[in-house]
Write a protein that binds this ligand. Sequence first.
Ligand code: SF4
Length: 391
Amino acid sequence: MNAAQVDSAQVEALAEAAADGIEFDGFAAEAEGDGYVLATEAGSKRVVHGDALDDAAAEYAPYVTNWYFWHAEAPQAEDRWAYLRWLERADDERVPDRYDALEAGTTREWGQLRVTVTVDEAGTRRYELRHVDDADAAPADLTDHDDPLDARQLAKHDDRDRYRPLKTAPTLQTGWRFADLGPGELVRAVESFYPATVANWHREREGELDISHWRETIGRQSGIYGVVRTWDRGEGHEHVDWVAEACCVDSQCVKRREWQYDEETDLDVDGGDGEFPCREPCSVVIAAARRWTKLEGEQSRTYEFELTPSEKEQIEDIVDAVADGRTEEIREADVYEGANRYRARFLRAKRFDDDGNLSGVSTDPEEAEGGADADGSSADEDEAAEEASDD
Ligand code: SF4
């Protein structure tokens, strides 16, 4: 059984609020004559004189401290309040059971964040935050932080110190811990790791998530991104399926994609299982789509390459390994793996000519040396010119 204890400030607040009546989380209290009526959903009911409220409140300590926390200590903004209650499964568990669980620590995952909520005797919740992959790490092996805004810095780079342009990519660095945050601090830290996710999660629960689908979002692009509008030519949405498959699946982003091609047309790719929704194509996707718009403007050609069957499969292995981010895992000794570095170097030595052409087949038979286009400009020059004309 839990060890909740009511303090004088809580009794005072209870007496004041009972004048208007309290009904919260299976607990009710109201002023009646010279005293109060306290009751729980479990059927317990007490009528007490005003002087005896202290003792009566102590009997209902888990309910009273729980009511006090949620009304006097937790942030009152609707989305934050709902999020904190979700963390401890407040809608699913009755207060005594919830308190028993909180004493041991109730854990939830949010993207790659792992939040553990505990409660003290006064009903005050404390929150521990760490990376899901550090679930079993000893505290001594993690670096402690207490300022929630440190999360912004931690979110910037991955474990290999590479910049993370997409904050919800599943590449959050490990090795840190916020050991003891208050409720407001916890939400601030979570929002620093994953901006706007709490607000959008709450909007979705309330049926108020404002989704901006691909067509709508693309239609708003201007400046250097305006070119993306030309990618939609009214020829279906297969290209957007490819975008979603490339960028938005669970292996690439912890958000659950809710945007589709347009209001009437769903994409064929699953949106993922993320806890919080994605309401519109993000800037990383738009920037990639800008590049694809240009590349997809090219017509297919037929090339003829000399490859052994194993070499063809090796090229497929390499594309797979790069697309799945597995190249780092492939050991140098593992020469059975097509994307093994020595195997790739062997293929290049054997099949590339001095200009880097696969099987000696130039990309454009008419192009000048150095990868220039027919008009003599390089791809980078084209891009720069395009940006300049867009500006
Ligand atoms: S658009 Fe895709 S990649 Fe970008 S945040 Fe949404 S789900 Fe993630």
